[in-house]
Ligand binder design. Sequence first.
Ligand SMILES: [Zn+2]
Length: 272
Amino acid sequence: MPELPEVETIARDLRPHLTGARIRAVRVHKPDVLRDATPAAFRRALRGRTIASVGRRAKHLVLALDDGSRVVVQPRMTGSLHVTRERRRDPHTVLELTLAGRGRLIYRDVRRLGVVLVLPARRWETYSARLGPEPLEDGFTPEVLARALRGRRLAVKKAVMDQRLLAGVGNIYASEALWIARIDPSRPAEGLRGPEVAALHGAIVDVLARAVKGRGTTVRDYRTGRGEPGTFQGRLAAYGRGGEPCLRCRRRLALTHAIDGRATYFCPWCQS
Ligand SMILES: [Zn+2]
């Protein structure tokens, strides 16, 4: 599932093509990705509008329209977005926006697990307010992270992946950040001491910033807004490396499913 660096990469790739573009036509080929709008209502909300800006919130791509509403795309497992001038249609195309003079924005999703929403300005504010702070924004400080973890008995890995506490971090970057910070992912979040919270804060910011630079991690399906795989998979220290040597202590990394039912990779020797 694309996390912050992957969706940020898609947003950056699409931005020059979409900013200021007028939506001339809207085609909904697979209406099941629309959650709260009929295809007709979705078309009405978008047609004739101009895309004012392209951004990201947590793991979601956000197109702001000129009337203040937002089109939110959650690509989940197999969704991808790109702009094309080609006429030929891919059978996995879910949504298609024809942009005046700028080709078409295509949302493609093989398994159709993604979600597309259109939210009027007020509903967008409510939606965004339910999500935690953005870790790559200046306001994200060790104190902000400490506040998010305070009083939480759940495993620290689950806490940093909880989108209401912190936006954009999922399984890959939670495993990486905890490895960098040398913290055992199963420890209760509330038990972290001040210096550990500071180390975790630094690790989260560091790994996300490097992964954005590397244009994201492709484990399976993720593609950038240019249709290419990311490059950060070659630089992961923990995720996907169970049984391989720890890059710090050379002993074997472990893989467990005991924390949240999902794969957690960590070093039982140097993460405590
Ligand atoms: Zn180690």
